[in-house]
Design a protein around this ligand. Structure first.
Ligand SMILES: *Cc1c(COP(=O)(O)O)cnc(C)c1O
Length: 361
């Protein structure tokens, strides 16, 4: 099969120029006489890759100087476990606003060592909306407020994240980072596993206000200490160097394509196209998320008759549209429209959906 339009929620589609460059440099990286996979992370060649990736990410996301950027392994879930250890005292209250699966995961990773409070949740409604700010019960003594910017499984996006007062705001941006301009200074910390919008799985970015790193937190091994990681430029131990390199190529590609403002415009057009195809189908397809909370990145949708699901997936695959199967907790379909997904891919999907409806309607 030739390269398809890949709607995978993550690990997700990567830009073809990134894969081509990585392929070319796989055997011999610059003039090292070795693969990028085979060189020391302490050597000048890799340090150049690592520093350039950070510099480019700072440019792409307009990261202020008083924020550290940490490149970690262990995925976003490990960040969720380390946030309370680094930034809360034992048993201290931490507020979580829950708008889907990943907000619940964040609580599960924290609850053993802090009082992880559900400040607001849209779970009773099946996570088809974000909890309105007026329902958030925030405690002024909380160590931080945690929100999920985009719920990858439920397809719910919390945009224009509201003010939370003086308590540090921490946001999981795993599936929407770099998809539109973002004012980092509003957050004490922002984190994202790279495998949705920043590159490959195996590396996670934590952007954290340096002042937050002064917190005592809780007893933890040095390797779990974000202050120590920041001081050591994320190289307390061997970092995931290949993943870091691929992230750097992906970030460079985003800058070359026009940066987050351009991806904001593309994301809006792609999402509008797909939601229009769903809403215009007269009920053949449906998306159940409240219109104002619909994700631009992950679009879950259902066929009016689930008995058609298997045929839809099989024929989509034949049309070069892959990884559309929905998450097992929701069923149905899900199309993920990260930055590497071209608009032509979404047009092809919308056209396929109309064609499938014509032949099965
Ligand atoms: C994918 C995802 C995670 C989990 O990431 P891992 O790297 O698998 O730990 C957490 N939060 C959100 C919003 C995600 O999309």
């Amino acid at each position: 099969m030739t390269r398809a339009y890949n709607f995978s929620p993550g690990p997700a589609m990567l830009p073809e120029p990134v894969l081509r460059q990585a392929q070319a440099e796989m055997l011999e990286f610059r003039d090292t006489g070795a693969s990028i996979l085979e060189i020391s992370h302490r050597g000048a060649d890799f340090l150049d890759v690592a520093r350039q990736a950070e510099a480019d990410l700072r440019t792409l996301l307009s990261i202020p100087d008083d924020y550290a950027v940490i490149f970690a392994s262990g995925g976003a879930t490990t960040v969720q476990a380390l946030l309370p250890l680094n930034f809360a005292a034992p048993g201290q209250a931490c507020d979580y606003v829950v708008s889907g699966h990943w907000g619940k995961t964040a609580i599960r990773q924290a609850a053993h060592c802090v009082e992880a409070r559900v400040a607001a949740s849209s779970e009773v409604g099946g996570f088809r909306d974000v909890p309105p700010r007026s329902d958030w019960q925030l405690s002024p003594d909380a160590a931080y407020v945690h929100v999920t910017a985009n719920e990858t499984i439920h397809g719910v996006e919390l945009r224009d994240i509201p003010q939370v007062g003086g308590v540090p705001l921490i946001a999981d941006f795993s599936s929407s980072i770099a998809s539109e301009p973002l004012d980092i200074s509003r957050f004490a910390a922002v984190y994202a596993g790279a495998q949705k919008n920043l590159g490959p799985v195996g590396i996670t970015v934590l952007i954290v206000r340096r002042e937050l790193l002064q917190r005592t937190g809780q007893p933890r091994a040095p390797i779990f200490d974000y202050g120590a990681q920041a001081k050591a430029d994320s190289m307390l131990n061997t970092p995931p160097s290949w993943n870091w390199y691929l992230l750097g190529l992906t970030v460079r590609w985003m800058l070359d394509e026009g940066g987050v403002a351009e991806f904001g415009r593309r994301s809006a057009r792609k999402a509008a196209l797909l939601y229009a195809a769903i809403d215009g189908s007269g009920g053949f397809y449906r998306n159940e998320v409240a219109p104002a909370a619909r994700s631009r990145m992950n679009v879950p949708f259902f066929l009016h008759d689930p008995a058609l699901d298997a045929a839809f997936l099989a024929q989509a695959r034949q049309a070069g549209l892959v990884a559309l199967k929905g998450h097992r907790v929701l069923g149905g379909m899900r199309a993920s429209l990260y930055n590497a997904m071209p608009e032509a891919g979404v047009q092809a999907l919308a056209e396929f959906m109309r064609e499938f409806q014509r032949s099965h309607g």
